[in-house]
Design a binder for this molecule. Structure first.
Ligand code: ATP
Length: 370
């Protein structure tokens, strides 16, 4: 665990472009921590993923999971390859198993525009999106993972599970996060996204949401059906503040959120529990572009910035909060001129160009501060 000198970071680069975006991310992390008063990070590489599964017959060994659990935070690239599957046909997905194993119930997916990088919406208000999707990450439909019941090759059952305890802790986390954003100037509106008009499980989910809302009178609690929210996310996403939803719905809405700000390569995430947290880009291993230099590392950098901020707040370490802000500012400054455009957005800039520009910006920042 953390000692006075350093934070211990478990690094699970994984497969495909996960490996590609992790390497420069560690360099930038070291650079921003040096700028922020010499904060020290100790990286411990932990192997897991599809390639590891191919060689060892397990995607994440108990021993490696235990090593990761001892770290102050886990930084993850991406895992899985389409041709590496369990005998039942599912892709290996240790990044999901970790959420279950370490009880990382709150998947935090910020949808925040990067100035200079336009998404697909032409409305000028879409240039300044800033909302957060919180995805429940340990139950919901994903509770059925590995437990599918198929009867006589005729009918398949995947059972969604929504518990009171799981929902209460999720909503409390979401209300707290909404309150923090409100303190920083956001509207203070939390919307529960569900399908309570059709499923009893979601009616239960919504009921618990409004029960918990009573403990947070300063926050405006609303509810919306997921189909209506899909429409809102595209038609007027600038009206959104914080959304909280079930695992499967969050999986889908968060990719749509990534699209709004330009693509998977710019969408960061954090999976947070009571005593552990994993930070990783929203994207997968993107086998179609691995090895081409086209991977956009921005989401990885922003996830690392979220990690520093989380560590700083959790441990009362101002240097970590400062380092996280430096990294986030450097990413934003790198794109601000509008001339850096990732391949995934139709541009010509890939891993090297984007890393170089962010790195330059970090060094510029540091020389302008000294
Ligand atoms: P998963 O199934 O785990 O979501 P995936 O790699 O199949 O993984 P996504 O990560 O959702 O799917 O990515 C979809 C596509 O978006 C990729 O195939 C790739 O073309 C593009 N993409 C994803 N991440 C990046 C990135 N960081 N930089 C550039 N393009 C990306």
């Amino acid at each position: 665990m953390r000692n006075d000198q350093e934070f211990h970071i478990a690094v699970m680069a994984g497969d495909g472009i996960g490996l590609e975006v992790m390497a420069p991310c560690l360099e930038l992390l070291t650079a921003v921590c040096a700028r922020a008063g010499g904060l020290a990070l100790r990286f411990e590489a932990i192997e897991s993923g599809a390639t590891y599964y191919r060689e060892h017959g397990t995607a994440l060994s108990d021993e490696n999971l235990a090593r990761a659990a001892k770290a102050d935070a886990i930084l993850l690239g991406a895992m899985g390859l389409p041709d590496v599957r369990y005998p039942d046909g599912r892709e290996i997905a240790p990044q999901i198993d970790i959420r279950m194993a370490l009880d990382l119930f709150a998947g935090v997916r910020p949808v925040r525009s990067i100035p200079g990088l336009s998404g697909p919406l032409s409305d000028p208000r879409a240039q300044n999106l800033d909302f957060v999707l919180i995805r429940e990450s340990t139950e919901g439909l994903f509770a059925a993972m590995g437990k599918t019941k198929i009867v006589d090759d005729k009918i398949a059952y995947d059972t969604m599970e929504i518990t009171r305890a799981g929902s209460e802790r999720l909503f409390d986390f979401a209300f707290d996060l909404t309150a923090k954003r409100k303190a920083a100037g956001s509207p203070g509106v939390l919307t529960c996204v569900d399908k309570a008009n059709v499923f009893g499980g979601f009616a239960f989910f919504r009921k618990i949401f409004f029960e918990r809302a009573a403990a947070f009178p300063e926050i405006e609690a609303r509810a919306a059906y997921v189909d209506a929210m899909a429409l809102t996310q595209i038609r007027n996403p600038w009206d959104l503040d914080v959304l909280v939803t079930e695992n499967m719905f969050g999986d889908i809405l968060s990719d749509a959120g990534a699209a709004l700000i330009g693509g998977m390569g710019v969408a960061p995430s954090a999976d947070i529990g009571a005593s552990h947290a994993v930070f990783q880009p929203c994207h997968g291993t993107a086998p179609d572009i691995m090895g081409t230099g086209k991977a956009n590392p921005t989401a990885m950098f922003l996830s690392a910035a979220m990690m520093l901020d989380w560590l700083g707040n959790r441990h009362g370490e101002a240097k970590a909060i400062e380092a996280g802000a430096l990294l986030q500012d450097a990413v934003e400054a790198a794109f601000a001129g509008g001339d850096l455009r990732p391949f995934e957005m139709g541009g010509t800039n890939g891993l090297k160009d984007i890393t170089a520009r962010v790195s330059e910006t970090i060094h510029l920042h540091s020389s302008s501060r000294t």
